[in-house]
Ligand binder design. Structure first.
Ligand code: UDP
Ligand code: MG
Length: 317
């Protein structure tokens, strides 16, 4: 019977894996109960998969699966949760930004009866100000837009109970924003504070566009409020139009007619309305695109190889 599963998505992390394994091993050895590592190779192009194979050969507690291509971080975590066999499931990054040393603290809270114990950052070392600012604004916008409260400055680093993971696994949606879904599920949740370390080695895999995509997924999967923006923008432009009508009337009555003002106003109005309509179409498109992705009912990921898992998992497919 496996007690703890540690789920780690991996995309081109060959420099980090040996150190990650060593640090995790030290922690795992101190835990009571059997643990497994669930390592998901998200279509890495470097030697990560070979390293996983070697780790599995020398340690039977290392289980891994390999995607047929890169599907992205959230999908890799989803697959890990599908395959994990433990009673408590810990999700963390492979780059040692999430220190394995706080795992015992997470477990302690779980033993006290919490179903979700998320690690909350108190500092971000060596991340640039732009990323910090984006993260700061994003979490605050998200909480405003959605009905669930996602605690500020939490990422995917957390422990979840078997019950919570079963519910997550039963959610078939394709665009997954795990920390949002995790908050949506409910159950007693608590935080453990930690200092986020800099990446141990290698490049950041989350590019600006990937982060932006994740952010949009987060807001749209949890909220329909952006759709209302269309209504508000419509009302706002109607008010502006009335204001312009009054202005034009005023000019006609009290000023000598100058063509220039008229042209400028028409051009501005056309551009402005065009922009408003495109924004609204874009927002609609985001939702319709997601509906399309859901109705296609494709599997969320394709697995090339899975080693060390007993049951044939068939969730989400
Ligand atoms: N990752 C992944 N697939 C991707 C991108 C990232 O599995 O397409 C993994 C990566 O190997 C790491 C984790 O997701 O374990 C977080 O990535 P990263 O450190 O680049 O992001 P950040 O620390 O900026 O959130
Ligand atoms: Mg990182």
């Amino acid at each position: 019977m496996i007690e703890y599963s540690i789920v780690i998505p991996i995309y081109n992390e060959q420099e980090n894996l040996p150190e990650l394994y060593n640090r995790l091993k030290q922690i795992i050895d101190t835990l009571e109960g059997k643990s497994e590592l669930v390592l998901i190779d998200d279509g890495s192009k470097d030697n990560s998969l070979q390293i996983l194979e070697e780790l599995n050969q020398k340690d039977s507690g290392v289980h891994y699966l390999s995607f047929a291509r890169n599907f992205g971080h959230q999908i890799a975590v989803t697959a890990g949760l599908n395959y994990a066999q433990g009673n408590a499931i810990i999700v963390m990054d492979a780059d040692l930004q999430d220190p394995p040393e706080i795992i015992p603290e997470l477990i302690e809270k779980w033993q006290q009866g919490y179903h979700v114990v998320y690690a909350q950052r108190v500092s971000r070392k060596q991340e640039n100000w732009f990323k910090k600012l984006m993260a700061y604004c994003f979490y605050r916008i998200l909480n405003r837009f959605t009905d669930v409260t996602i605690p500020n400055d939490t990422g995917d680093f957390c422990l979840m109970s078997r019950e919570v993971v079963n519910i997550l696994n039963s959610m078939p949606e394709k665009h997954r924003y795990i920390r949002g879904l995790r908050a949506w599920i409910g159950f007693p949740q608590t935080a453990v504070k930690f200092n986020r370390d800099p990446r141990f080695a290698g490049e950041v895999k989350y590019t600006f566009t990937k982060s932006l995509k994740l952010g949009i997924d987060g807001i749209i999967s949890l909220s329909r409020k952006p759709l209302k923006i269309a209504t508000y923008l419509g009302l706002l432009t109607a008010l502006l139009a009335i204001f312009m009508m009054i202005l034009v009337l005023f000019w006609r009555l009290y000023q000598a007619p100058t063509q220039l003002v008229g042209y400028a106003m028409i051009t501005i109005a056309i551009f402005f309305l065009g922009a408003v309509q495109l924004i609204c179409l874009g927002i609609l498109g985001e939702y319709i695109g997601r509906i399309y992705d859901e109705v296609k009912q494709r599997p969320i990921y394709t697995v090339k190889k899975a080693v060390g898992f007993n049951k044939i998992q068939n969730i989400n497919h």
